[in-house]
Design a protein around this ligand. Structure first.
Ligand code: COA
Length: 189
């Protein structure tokens, strides 16, 4: 793993920019979330039909602070001009210290952009960036067993289905959770 002070802050591709959220990103985040509520609400516990601007301003600051202290790495997906938020992803360390090298990749794509292959492109970039540059040892993808789009994205990107966790509390109900993962060795081969 890279030392925290040497971690990259951004990755640019032709289709999108992946970068740390920064102070000032709140309005762009709100613009992406507002039309996406119905799309996100079944799967994302934090979905809110009318998020408060002040709360979002604080949220992006917290994301930045977490990044700088190596607590959690929440990644914004911007268009190439960095004016429009296309979605969000991240390397979420959950309860594991960063230096151990285990993280879960999360993702949401704003509804106008969903279903166009963007989620798969972002996940492929996160895997290549995560294993190739950051040095993660194991990256997981967890989703509700009913979230067929999310499972499809994981499979298409080469993540290996490892387990079904039965009867987990996920959002509003108990249900099965599918665990997909890739280790650095699997990614290299
Ligand atoms: C899940 C999500 C991140 C995927 O991003 P996306 O940009 O929509 O995904 P893509 O367009 O790259 O790929 C979607 C794939 O699922 C397939 N798909 C879509 N709906 C499907 C369904 N009901 N059943 C089976 N496959 C489905 C698509 O055909 C496509 O696969 P293909 O390329 O083989 O045709 C996005 O839809 C999203 O934000 N969903 C709401 C939040 C969420 O569920 N996040 C993930 C939590 S684990």
């Amino acid at each position: 793993m890279l030392p925290i002070h040497e971690l990259p802050d951004r990755l640019e591709t032709e289709r999108f920019v992946l970068r740390s959220w920064l102070p000032g990103d709140g309005p762009a985040l709100r613009e992406a979330l507002l039309p996406s509520y119905a799309h996100l609400e079944p799967w994302m516990p934090w979905a809110d039909p009318d998020p408060e601007p002040d709360e979002l301003a604080m949220r992006v600051r917290t994301f930045r602070a977490d990044w700088l202290t190596g607590t959690n790495f929440v990644v914004a997906v911007f268009d190439p001009t960095e004016t429009r938020v296309l979605g969000g992803t991240g390397f979420h360390t959950r309860d594991s210290p960063y230096a151990r090298g285990d993280a879960e990749v999360g993702m949401w794509i704003a509804s106008p952009e969903a279903g166009k292959g963007l989620g798969q492109a972002v996940l492929r970039s996160m895997l290549d960036w995560g294993f190739g540059t950051w040095g993660w040892r194991r990256l997981e993808w967890r989703c509700d067993a009913e979230n067929t789009t999310s499972m499809r994205v994981a499979e298409r990107c080469g993540l290996v289905h490892e387990a079904t966790l039965r009867g987990c509390w996920r959002h509003k109900t108990r249900g099965d959770v599918e665990v997909f993962a890739l280790t650095a060795d699997q990614w290299r081969s």
